[in-house]
Design a protein around this ligand. Structure first.
Ligand SMILES: [Zn+2]
Length: 235
């Protein structure tokens, strides 16, 4: 039987690429844990500046609009903090400056769980493959979580070392733990709906696709709605 994760961690840091990624990938889980008293911080590495199909769109306006949408979504999920790193979509790498920044956030917020994309999930069926920014952020988060955050020899300028016990990877093809999100599926969909610039007229379609996905994960775990993760124990 699929394992359900019941106990909310005390502190959580979720690291994602684009402003709407955490809400889509794990918004039900983050909202559930925040409501249960977890201190939940979200890091968005990219500005979402390529996320517009309007040829007349001004880059600065896209960035500001997406940041505003992320703040509204963060308030909907009742996050303790939202950290926008502002890198340009498609133009950043898993490099030392990014890992230094992520390690600094990990050592400041001292999470029990880091949530991030599964960077090994590349091809989803015959129709699409995972965005490079998701893969890069997944690896950057994992590389920052271990060994870097837990070893004071890495990035000594980024604060005292903090060992992170667990990484929880969303969008995985190898899920091994599920979180019941029956009480927060609607909150998740409200957070996703805050990203109006990405939805155009597709909100109803997208909301029902996300609901179907949560029902599918729920069936695997024997609950109504769930989010599925690959859990990796780091210590
Ligand atoms: Zn994305």
């Amino acid at each position: 039987m699929a394992e359900l994760w019941d106990e909310p961690p005390a502190r959580v840091l979720a690291v994602y690429a684009h402003p709407d990624d955490p809400d889509i990938s794990c918004g039900g889980t983050l909202a559930k844990w925040a409501r249960a008293g977890s201190e939940v911080h979200v890091v968005i590495c990219a500005a979402g500046d390529k996320g517009s199909s309007d040829p007349a769109a001004n880059r600065e306006m896209v960035i500001e609009r997406r940041a505003d949408e992320a703040r509204q979504a963060g308030a909907t999920l009742e996050l303790a903090g939202l950290h926008l790193l502002g890198r340009s979509d498609g133009e950043f790498d898993n490099d030392v400056p990014l890992r230094s920044e992520l390690v600094g956030l990990m050592r400041t917020h001292r999470p029990d769980v880091v949530v991030c994309p599964d960077p090994t999930a590349v091809f989803f069926g015959a129709h699409h493959y995972n965005h490079r920014d998701h893969r890069i952020v997944g690896w950057a988060a994992l590389d920052s979580a271990a060994p870097a955050s837990g070893s004071s020899l890495y990035f000594p300028e980024s604060g005292p070392a903090h060992q992170i016990p667990v990484a929880l990877l969303s969008g995985s093809l190898e899920a091994n733990v599920w979180v019941d999100i029956e009480t927060t599926i609607d909150q998740k969909l409200r957070a996703v709906a805050r990203h109006e610039s990405q939805l155009a007229d597709a909100n109803d379609w997208f909301a029902s696709a996300l609901r179907d996905g949560a029902q599918h994960a729920g069936r695997q775990a024997g609950v109504s709605y769930a989010e599925a993760f690959r859990r990796v124990l780091l210590i």
